[in-house]
Design a protein around this ligand. Structure first.
Ligand code: ZN
Length: 448
């Protein structure tokens, strides 16, 4: 069985829907909510209804307690208090009664769930250190895995021996070991704090004892719209600021959503995926059509005296794959094809896929690229862009080449000298342009 474990949704419907979809794709059949369904966000009613519809168990969060009258909001900061009071006004009496009935702790087969922790759960302390993790483990001696939320940060604590010391590990996918005990925080679905701008949650496979930390990038535009529609002030939400959104774009490119460790070829849930008959039919038609097209082209080549003009998107001597293989976060608006991309104005980052370098690594590469702008670009005040290489070295180290800034459109070229131990690189573009512009597929060649 795979359980999606969600916390701190905070009335953010777009984030919740992104998580629900991702959880389904990862074979989750059950959902547990660790509380704070409402507060901060603009859609408390819809979010509560969705959680009630989907969740197999929910514990009470402090914002839920405030919204249903169980907790005095005087302890909240003014922003939290205001949004909790707005949630209280929006929710029906029936919704509030449902919230009031929520437990502080849910216990399963040697696992348990709480919003803030298991030692005095009604006090809503923040469990963010080894000492508090140990206190929660001591409070629940018969359990093996404790799930908590509340801090909005993904977190993983392990106790290797009964009553032994507690270690803090980085929140990365793990297989739970027999004999060890854990405290795990899935992070926040709907109200990021600090650096992360993602909707975070966990998939727990009870059969394989795998924990998968998921971090999803989702479109924030509908969230902003819901804020405005429901009379909330978007200025109060730091993660909607232009600089935060720019950072999200950069994060999305450099750290794409955690690769799923469930997703190997013999993964059981792959087989469970439903492929509709229509999709199958379409695939067969596409394959047949492709064969036909290849046949026609082969016939044309063989029977035509004058050779066909050779159009090559990606010349064999360039290491760079076509743009169709480059990743874009959803915030980048582009059009074009594998050879040329057109961007709407605004600051943007464009990042090539990881390009594996021949080994031993050549001493130098020639990098040639072209950015096109409007003809009257000379009149523009702001007109800047830059490129740089990011090297991936042995032992997982990342090194950054110095950036090359430009003020004029056109073809540019420079030499990239990778560190000796480089095994791969990515090319990064950053644009600070206030006009629409085009980027042509660059060339990267070994310099002889
Ligand atoms: Zn919260």
């Amino acid at each position: 069985m795979r359980i999606a474990i969600l916390s701190d949704i905070h009335a953010n419907m777009p984030a919740l829907e992104a998580v629900v979809e991702d959880a389904r794709e990862h074979g989750a059949t059950h959902m547990i909510c660790l509380g704070d369904i409402v507060g901060y966000g603009p859609q408390p009613v819809e979010t509560l209804a969705r959680v009630r519809e989907l969740s197999n168990g929910t514990v009470l969060g402090n914002h839920d307690a405030a919204a249903c009258g169980l907790l005095d909001t005087q302890r909240f900061n003014p922003f939290a208090r205001e949004t909790a009071e707005r949630a209280a006004m929006a929710l029906s009496a029936e919704d509030k009664a449902w919230l009031r009935d929520l437990p502080y702790i849910i216990e399963g087969d040697r696992i348990a769930f709480a919003h803030s922790g298991f030692y005095a759960p009604e006090c809503f302390h923040y469990l963010d250190n080894k000492k508090d993790a140990a206190a929660s483990l001591s409070a629940m001696p018969d359990t093996r895995v404790l799930f908590v939320g509340h801090t909005h940060a993904q977190c993983l604590f392990v106790q290797d021996t009964p009553n032994g010391p507690v270690r803090k590990l980085p929140p990365e996918d793990i297989s739970l070991k027999p004999g060890c005990r854990y405290v795990i925080n899935p992070g926040t679905v709907g109200f990021p704090r600090g650096e992360r701008l993602t909707a975070d949650y966990i998939v727990y496979d009870t059969t394989t004892q795998r924990i998968l930390f998921r971090s999803l990038y989702y479109d924030l535009a509908p969230y902003r719209l819901a804020l405005v529609r429901n009379g909330y002030n978007p200025m109060n939400y730091w993660f909607l600021s232009p600089s935060a959104r720019r950072r999200q774009t950069e994060q999305a490119l450099l750290h794409p959503t955690h690769a799923s460790t469930f997703l190997n070829a013999d993964s059981p849930f792959r087989a469970h995926r439903v492929t509709s008959a229509h999709k199958q039919m379409l695939r067969i038609v596409i394959v047949l059509f492709s064969f036909l097209l290849v046949g026609v082209i082969a016939f044309a080549i063989l029977t035509t005296r004058t050779p066909l003009p050779l159009v090559s998107v990606n010349p064999a001597n360039s290491l760079i794959p076509p743009f169709s293989e480059w990743g874009h976060p959803p915030t980048i608006q582009t059009s074009g094809d594998g050879a040329k991309l057109t961007f709407a104005p605004e600051t943007k980052t464009l990042l090539s896929p990881r390009i594996n370098l021949p080994q031993p690594c050549p001493e130098a590469f020639r990098f040639r690229f072209e950015v096109e702008g409007p003809e009257d670009a000379q009149k523009l005040k702001r007109k800047r862009y830059q490129t740089r290489a990011i090297f991936f070295c042995e032992h997982g180290k990342t090194k950054y080449d110095k950036p090359h800034p430009y003020k004029k459109f056109g073809t540019q070229e420079y030499t990239i000298k990778p560190p000796q131990e480089a095994v791969a690189l990515r090319i990064e573009y950053t644009f600070y342009l206030d006009t629409p512009f085009h980027v042509k597929l660059p060339h990267l060649e070994i310099k002889k």
